[in-house]
Design a protein around this ligand. Structure first.
Ligand code: PGA
Length: 249
């Protein structure tokens, strides 16, 4: 999977032009490969109309509320997303954890609500530079996975995608090396295997995110436990995003 997280970027006309410029290019996908667009909420219905005409193209929101409806002015529910032809929702992104104070218990609730609405979840984890430099990154990321996901029954994992995004690599131009990415992905898979069994762990897609660009995507995606990428900045440029999609193959 290659998923483009636009964050709070692109006015509607610019976003639609970007999607059209991407779809106009040739990039054959294998049956198990997916391209995901995660535009801001307000663009979702229009982007849905553009991308759902193409096979293996899916739509993601960048967040949802933990309750399925109610008096929460300004919020968007998982059920609303589902009714707008949304397929996935990104939860646990480090920007939401940091700027909107989203912690493990709230995220567990959001995961439950999203899955109950029939959405799939792209769940993000990742450590700060300080945690990496003090050698606590494996324990920290393993706990992030456990705290918000291990209450789920094994069957639910078929509707989950994990994304490892070291905070020090997001938007900084600093990418984890292929060795660092592979080591953490293997660790995450091991943590999942211990709790949920090898079958769940082996079939769980784990994306890498953090300054993925056309020139590093091939070596990152070539790692045994890296199943694709969650792309921020480079998903806003059609040629770069297409080059990263092609790196899957
Ligand atoms: P970046 O963002 O590719 O701009 O580093 C990745 C992300 O935050 O999902």
């Amino acid at each position: 999977m290659v998923a483009g997280n636009w964050k709070m970027n692109q006015q509607l006309a610019v976003g639609k032009a970007l999607v059209k410029a991407i779809l106009a290019q040739e990039y054959p996908l294998k049956s198990h490969q997916e391209v995901v667009f995660a535009p801001p909420f307000i663009h979702l219905p229009e982007v849905a109309d553009l991308i759902h005409q193409k096979e293996n193209h899916f739509l993601s929101a960048q967040n949802c509320h933990q309750e399925s409806s109610g008096a929460y002015t300004g919020e968007v529910s998982a059920d609303m997303l589902k009714s707008t032809q949304v397929d996935y929702v990104i939860l646990g992104h480090s920007e939401r954890r940091q700027y909107f104070n989203e912690g493990p218990a709230l995220l567990a609730q959001k995961v439950d609500t999203a899955l109950a609405a029939g959405l799939k979840v792209i769940f993000c984890v990742g450590e700060s530079l300080e945690l990496r430099e003090t050698g606590q990154h494996n324990d920290y990321v393993g706990k992030q996975v456990a705290d918000s996901l291990f209450h789920l029954p094994n069957e639910a994992f078929a509707h989950l995608v994990l994304a490892y995004e070291p905070i020090w690599a997001i938007g900084t131009g600093k990418t984890a090396s292929k060795e660092q990415a592979q080591a953490m992905h293997a660790h995450i898979r091991q943590v999942v295997a211990t709790a949920k069994g090898a079958e769940v762990a082996d079939t769980l897609p784990i994306l890498y995110g953090g300054s993925v660009k056309p020139d590093n995507a091939i070596e990152l995606f070539a790692q045994a436990d890296v199943d694709g990428g969650l792309i921020g900045g480079a998903s806003l440029k059609a040629d770069d995003f297409v080059a990263i999609i092609k790196a899957m193959s």
